[in-house]
Design a binder for this molecule. Structure first.
Ligand code: GLV
Ligand code: MN
Ligand code: MN
Ligand code: MN
Length: 386
């Protein structure tokens, strides 16, 4: 077995015939199947698998911590995502863990993408106490099922969710390998890079309500259409982010209800993903003004927010001294590693993605780079454990 054939084994689990790519949402059948697959793979390697209080999976080599070298990533995906975001770090970890001398673990974090319940890195946020457990278990998926209900159906006790000092204290160092998610490594002549920073990012839900009505009989003057202020938010997000160097703003999800071609919507919910210094207040002001002009109501809720993270300078030097002349890269993508970084020494390794595309089916890594990444991870883990 090697990392390439392990990825091939994951293969079509959760293939999304409608959107293309893969949709693997936490505690739903595809992600559950991957957890079972991971457990089987870990046991075959002689690792002891346990699920922590917050639904994260741990596969231990030797006695659990303290001071363990931990590596891993996630198995959930965005809707219609690529094959590498998450799984690449997990399969590389399974291949690399035997290089560690002393206690070591592969971790699979739950709901990294926030693709089901809306808050990214939910498992690592719960573990570190950076989200209130009561708030977390009440989060709902689009069908109205809560985290508490989904956790119970996965055999977990939501009453035990929350900061887990014991699990945290076992981690001596955490290294996450991840596919590079932009064009950062294209043209640099290196299959891998060491992570430097993760930009600040957050998510806001805008909910507009107006008057549902008939598309043909309602005069243009007589409408309170929540799609109008929603559209203003989409354009304002682009306009405002273009003014701030390095900022990114996206509306990737917009839900009109009831959702009919010949129906003026009664409500529209949209989600703003804003990163790297977007002045969100300005977008909120546009939303309020546009809603008032259309006779609609609007509420805005911050669903998650994470500050900029710089990975441990000493660890970055250590990785570069093992790997030789590799570049360092900042990223606009969020990671569980960044949630752990204020608590334990953390490093990230990125593997080249020649398409520069991620969160889409075109995300890619060459087999040779996948193998190179897994070997690089093994070399790093061995060095950290000696
Ligand atoms: C997760 O990959 C994110 O950065 O949104
Ligand atoms: Mn990821
Ligand atoms: Mn992702
Ligand atoms: Mn991510």
């Amino acid at each position: 077995m090697n990392a390439v054939s392990l990825l091939a084994e994951i293969g079509d689990v959760g293939r999304d015939r409608w959107r293309g790519g893969y949709s693997r949402h936490v505690f739903e059948p595809a992600e559950t199947e991957l957890r079972e697959w991971f457990t089987e793979q870990a046991r075959r390697r002689g690792l002891d698998v346990e699920t922590d209080r917050n639904g994260n999976l741990w596969a231990w080599s030797g006695m659990p911590g303290p001071g363990a070298v931990v590596t891993g990533s996630h198995l959930d995906s965005v809707p219609g995502g690529g094959a590498f975001d998450g799984p690449l770090g997990v399969v590389s970890a399974l291949e690399a863990i035997h290089a560690v001398r002393g206690p070591a673990a592969v971790v699979v974090f739950a709901e990294e993408e926030g693709g089901r319940f809306g808050v990214p890195c939910l498992g690592s946020r719960l573990l570190t106490g950076s989200i209130d457990a009561e708030r977390a278990v009440a989060l709902k998926d689009p069908a109205g099922m809560s985290v508490a209900e989904a956790a119970r159906s996965a055999g977990l006790d939501p009453a035990r969710f929350g900061r887990d000092d014991e699990a945290l204290s076992r981690i001596g160092t955490f290294v996450e390998l991840h596919v590079e998610q932009g064009r950062g490594l294209v043209g640099l002549g290196s299959p891998v890079a060491v992570g430097s920073t993760v930009i600040a990012h957050g998510r806001w839900r805008f909910s507009f309500s107006g008057q549902g009505n008939h598309a043909g009989t309602t005069s243009m003057a007589d409408r309170r259409d929540p799609m109008l202020p929603a559209a203003e938010v989409v354009s304002a997000a682009r306009r405002v982010a273009c003014r701030a160097e390095g900022a990114r703003a996206t509306v990737g999800r917009l839900v009109p209800r009831p959702g009919g071609t010949n129906v003026i919507a009664s409500t529209v919910d949209l989600w703003l993903d804003a990163r790297g210094g977007v002045p969100v207040d300005e977008i909120v002001a546009v939303a309020r003004e546009a809603a008032a002009a259309e006779g609609c109501a609007v509420t805005v809720v911050e669903e998650s927010a994470s500050g900029e993270v710089t990975f441990d300078a000493g660890l970055r030097r250590a990785l570069r001294s093992v790997l030789g002349d590799v570049p360092e890269l900042p990223t606009g993508a969020g990671h569980d590693a960044a949630i752990l970084a204020p608590h334990v020494p953390v490093a990230m390794l990125y593997v080249r993605n020649p398409t520069g595309i991620s969160h889409a089916p075109e995300e890619f890594a060459e087999d040779a780079d996948v193998e190179y990444g897994a070997r690089a991870l093994a070399a790093v883990l061995r060095d950290l454990s000696t």
